[in-house]
Design a protein around this ligand. Structure first.
Ligand SMILES: [Ca+2]
Length: 496
């Protein structure tokens, strides 16, 4: 390493290798897994927890140190966003023992695991609702919301109507009922203590009290305080699918994190920066960086992502250009907070339109062995190579993702720091100094299709070393202290 550095110095390059510096806190590189479609261990071609356990080394090799599991509790639906028992594992996925084995291995690899917690509603097959529906005097009647007359978002049962904002099979819980809150407390304790999960992803938080931000924030804060009273360092991220301004309002709630929907999807910040209408993509990325830090409270952990199980996949939004998909992953990886990557995006899997089509079976090896796609799938087209093939190819999208996550692990400032956007003099190029805990790194991003040569001396960067790089479209990055040569679609990390 020392010899290599000296050789490079001799030919004028200020380049050195960086070591991983992974910090065990809440700023993680998260990976979202739909267990059903991920990896099967027992031959029925449906993904399960034992299958996930077998793939934890793979997830770790991507540089991920957090996993969000879509719902795993018993449910009549394939997606399991309607729970019938909050204290067990769906038999399709395995047992509580399988879950513990998976978690133990994840923890041994330094991976935290959070699980989806669906509290807005239960399944209509949940015994609580069955009892509430059958008998007006049931002790569970007030666990749900009833009216005597038809209303929007309500369905008929007997002579009454119950609230069900999504669909009639998902009756909304009455979250004002102290007995419901006490039960939720027991659910939190079961998963945090008995099962040892590291936290939760909260589904549909804007629907807890539909249209009532203040009450939603109150409930979220109650939930956060209750969870921390059980496990002080647990992490909770909420799904508020709305614009940046309302997300900022939700950040007043006392939980750690909210998904940054404005970064994702078609028309989101990242897709737009890489689109044809943006003339100065570097300036745009700098402006987004500044906007997010201005709008979001300092103590919140932003959770940016490109796609999830409810949105079109990154490759479907960005188009078939793999270089562009890589650049999008690079732009995501340079964002503050805890980034989320949806399983399969790292190999460019496609998915759009209907929900099952967005949740296709993972392509591990060959099409004949692909994990089953969920029921209702209409289009299952795989255009990119499998995991096995992409692991072998140093220029694959998968290896780009791994390299991008490695930069986050080598430079803790990227996730945790505050930004100073430096005027690069080129609208195509963004220069950000990110500072945390008394240390800084400089992130230089060229999200344009043009090569650029930056005057490092004029920008005050000449004393730094090039310690990391990502080139989405090939080419060579070089740094002499005088100039920084940036190929199209490249990212450089400079450090003292
Ligand atoms: Ca299986």
């Amino acid at each position: 390493m020392l010899i290599l550095t000296m050789l490079l110095s001799a030919c004028g390059e200020q380049r050195r290798e960086a070591e991983p510096n992974v910090i065990d806190d809440k700023f993680r590189n998260w990976y979202e897994v739909f267990v059903y479609s991920y990896y099967d261990s027992d031959g029925d071609r449906i993904g399960d927890l034992a299958g996930l356990t077998e793939k934890l080394d793979y997830i770790s090799s991507l540089g991920m140190n957090g996993i969000w599991l879509m719902p795993i509790m018993p449910s009549p639906s394939y997606h399991k966003y309607d729970v019938t028992d909050y204290y067990d594992i769906d038999e399709q996925y395995g047992t509580l023992g399988d879950f513990s084995a998976m978690l133990e291995k994840a923890h041994s690899l330094g991976i935290d695991v959070i699980i989806d917690l669906v509290l807005n509603h239960t399944s209509n097959e949940h015994p609580w609702f069955q009892s509430a529906k059958a008998d007006e005097n049931s002790e569970y009647r007030d666990w749900y919301n009833w009216t005597d007359s038809p209303q929007d978002g309500y369905a008929k049962a007997g002579d009454s109507y119950y609230e069900c904002r999504f669909v009639h099979t998902m009756p909304d819980l009455n979250l004002d009922n102290p007995e419901v809150r006490a039960e939720i407390g027991r659910i939190l304790e079961f998963w945090l203590i008995d099962m040892d999960v590291d936290g939760f992803r909260l589904d549909a938080v804007t629907s807890y009290y539909t249209g009532n931000l203040e009450k939603n924030v109150e409930f979220l804060s109650w939930l956060g305080e209750t969870a921390r009273s059980i496990k002080p360092d647990c992490y909770i991220v909420g799904e508020a699918w709305t614009d940046l301004y309302e997300i900022a309002d939700y950040c007043e709630a006392d939980i750690d994190s909210f998904f940054l929907f404005p970064t994702a999807q078609k028309g989101g910040y990242i897709e737009e920066i890489l689109g044809p209408d943006v003339k100065e993509p570097g300036t745009s990325y700098g402006n987004v960086t500044k906007l997010l830090e201005q709008r979001l409270p300092e103590d919140t952990i932003p959770a940016p992502f490109l796609s999830n199980h409810d949105t079109a996949r990154a490759a479907s939004v960005l188009g078939p250009d793999v270089e562009k998909q890589k650049m999008a992953a690079g732009l995501l990886a340079m964002m503050r907070g805890g980034t989320y990557v949806y399983y399969g995006d790292e190999i460019g899997m496609l998915g759009s339109a209907t929900d099952p089509d967005k949740r296709l079976g993972m392509l591990w090896t060959t099409l004949s062995e692909v994990t089953h796609c969920p029921p209702g799938t209409t289009v299952a087209t795989y255009t990119q190579p499998s995991v096995t093939e992409q692991l072998e190819d140093p220029d694959s999208l998968l290896n780009y993702y791994a390299a991008a996550m490695r930069l986050r692990n080598e430079n803790p400032e990227i996730a945790r720091g505050t930004s100073e956007v430096i005027d690069s003099g080129e609208g195509d190029v963004c220069v950000i100094r990110r500072t945390w805990n008394g240390e800084s790194c400089v992130i230089v991003i060229n999200p344009s299709r043009n090569e650029h040569s930056l005057d490092a001396q004029a920008l005050g960067l000449s004393d730094l070393w090039l310690t990391g790089e990502l080139c989405a479209a090939g080419g060579e990055l070089s740094f002499t202290g005088k100039t920084l040569e940036l190929p199209a679609y490249s990212i450089a990390i400079l450090r003292a």
